[in-house]
Design a protein around this ligand. Structure first.
Ligand code: 5RP
Length: 222
């Protein structure tokens, strides 16, 4: 089975968690797009969807699905999104699509954070995938120098502006053996809006598409 099929299987399995009357947070990326397509077909009578990016909002609307503003909903029961890396402690690297800041906000507003991915995203340790850092353009060079001091090698993502009007620095070489510490260290640099380490707000449930079916993992509290 190819990777895209495995992503679709995980995305379709997430429908089991979506119930009528819910407000559902929806992530960004190719796996989330499969989830949106599955929602379009399933026509579950939810209250509406909170998108984590303008692209996701447009895709939901194109299928006639009701889009809500996070500012109008309060906390939401569930957020479903993809990931670039997932470790055994449900910590994640996200941001390959550059939507990490809004993704982290919606994930943090959700009681349950469900991650959907193909099994290639399953890692013993985070840090192989370049870490996306969203930076206010004014601070780009300053932040890049601070990231070098932390042991990283940042590169400006070319021809890319986030939904918040900022730039992305993709960083390789950082030591992510303590993801929680690195998440907060990077976020304390003036000019950084957020970074793609999801250690403070980890996943609650992970659905991994594999050739043997969808593997389900829950953390202790779920
Ligand atoms: C976007 C993300 C995506 O969820 C992540 O990059 C995974 O993408 P895909 O589902 O296309 O593999 O964090 O900012």
């Amino acid at each position: 089975m190819d990777t895209d099929t495995l992503k679709r299987l995980a995305a379709e399995a997430a429908l089991d968690y979506i119930k009528p009357g819910m407000v559902v947070g929806v992530g960004t990326g190719s796996t989330s797009n499969h989830f949106i397509d599955a929602l379009g077909k399933a026509k579950i009578a939810v209250d509406g969807y909170v998108p984590s990016s303008l692209g996701t909002a447009a895709r939901l609307q194109a299928l006639g699905l009701r889009v809500l503003e996070l500012n109008d909903t309060g906390d939401i029961p569930i957020y479903v999104d993809g990931a670039d890396e997932i470790d055994p402690h449900f910590r994640l690297i996200k941001g390959g699509g550059g939507a990490l800041t809004r993704e982290k906000i919606v994930a943090s507003a959700a009681h349950r954070f469900l991650v959907i991915a193909d099994q290639s995203k399953d890692r013993q340790q985070l840090g192989k995938f370049p870490l996306a850092v969203e930076v206010i353009p004014f601070a780009q060079s300053f932040v890049a120098r601070q990231l070098v001091k932390l042991g990283g090698n940042p590169t400006l993502r070319q021809h890319f502006t986030t939904d918040n009007g900022n730039v992305i620095l993709d960083v390789i070489g950082l030591d992510l053996t303590d993801p929680l510490a690195m998440e907060s260290k990077i976020n304390s640099i003036p000019g950084v809006l957020d970074n793609g380490i999801f250690a403070l707000r980890r996943a609650d449930i992970v659905l991994l598409g594999s050739p043997d079916g969808v593997l389900r993992r829950s953390n202790a509290s779920q």
